[in-house]
Design a protein around this ligand. Structure first.
Ligand code: GLY
Length: 342
């Protein structure tokens, strides 16, 4: 039975409610979903968004559409930041991270530090569909993928091995192990390419996926933002979706994608939502090790937002980035907003 409110509790509760801003009515702020499917992705996702839109236009589920889209890049040995052909960890072993979210069921799946499996986004999708869990890591994720019939194979291409060997041969102090002296000194920026893809259909259903081989030459077991729900990806059917690429550590600490979606819930446009989080990342980067000579972050983060009505934006800390968009008339690159010039 519910207890009646005492006068003191009633006054406290109404005062607290009065202090809160009114919850925005999203249906009033935003029009209906777009008439045609929309997909956005990082700049390496032109073919990805084309495939995602084609599948959604044919009535395919939004999650299947975006995962199928990123599979093109995961399987491509020439993209050295994702899946097969990705740059390895410091031991020369490729370790992959991926997560996905399905808006209609508000469910997620994720794998981190998985080895030997070419399409980690497919494993993340299986975690979502065929387990009662959200995340599997390392050897457990690999065994789960093999149990589902996926082939274990060596993902290190000759080109990636040669780049890793050259890094190892010239290693000196440019790895991720910080001595007490290095912890107070500089930071060595290394490739952190990734692909993220978001899709929205005319029924207002949306899904997203992010997948990567992570930071090149990372400490084995290092996990970036890409497999972390709320960091490398966040999707809410009623509001919008966001994916991230760039320095995973900064996206994890800022809970980047989750905050972008939260900003849109509170009425910000996709561009405003992204810009706000990038500004926060710049402001919160105070460790001198991570700053350039001008006192600004010496790394990049890119955030990609797709609102429930199909409006989209992407933003980077520094000028010069682009993102892929497909709204039914072919995939094109659009400029990202930026908050700092180099
Ligand atoms: N954003 C990819 C990573 O940091 O691993």
């Amino acid at each position: 039975m519910q207890r009646p409110l005492s006068r003191r509790r009633f006054i406290g509760a109404t005062a607290a409610a009065a202090a809160l801003p009114a919850a925005p009515n999203l249906d009033a702020i935003e029009p209906a979903p777009p008439a045609k499917p929309v997909s956005i992705s990082s700049a390496n996702g032109l073919a990805t968004t084309a495939r995602a839109v084609k599948l959604m236009a044919g009535g395919g589920d939004t999650l299947e559409a975006v995962v199928s889209g990123v599979n093109i890049v995961e399987a491509d040995p020439k993209d050295m930041s994702v899946g097969y052909g990705g740059l390895p960890n410091e031991d020369g072993v490729v370790e992959l991270d991926s997560c996905c979210m399905h808006g209609p069921s508000f469910n997620a799946g994720s794998v981190a530090s998985i080895r030997d499996i070419k399409l980690p986004s497919r494993v993340a999708q299986l975690v979502l569909k065929r387990t009662d869990h959200v995340m599997l890591v390392g050897e457990g994720a690999r065994r789960f993928a093999i149990a589902h019939g996926m082939k274990a194979e060596n993902l290190l291409t000759d080109a990636a091995r040669r780049q890793w060997l050259s890094w190892k041969e010239n290693l000196s102090d440019r790895d991720d192990w910080l001595s007490a002296r290095e912890a107070a000194a500089g930071h060595e920026a290394r490739p952190t390419g990734t692909i993220t893809c978001l899709g929205l259909n005319p029924a207002g259903e949306r899904s997203g996926v992010t997948t990567t081989s992570g930071l090149a030459y990372k400490i084995p077991g290092r996990i970036g933002d890409s497999p972390i729900i709320g960091a490398g990806l966040y999707v809410e059917n009623a509001v919008g979706a966001c994916g991230a690429t760039g320095r995973g550590e900064a996206v994890i600490i800022s809970c980047g994608s989750r905050i972008v979606v939260e900003n849109m819930r509170h009425g910000m446009s996709p561009a405003e939502a992204v810009e706000d989080v990038l500004q926060r990342i710049v402001k919160q980067t105070v460790d001198p090790r991570l700053l350039d000579k001008k006192g600004r972050p010496d790394f990049e983060v890119v955030l990609y937002a797709l609102r429930k009505d199909g409006k989209h934006a992407a933003g980077s800390i520094y000028k010069g980035r682009q993102y892929a968009v497909n709204e039914g008339a072919g995939s094109k690159l659009h400029d990202c907003l930026h908050i700092l010039d180099r």
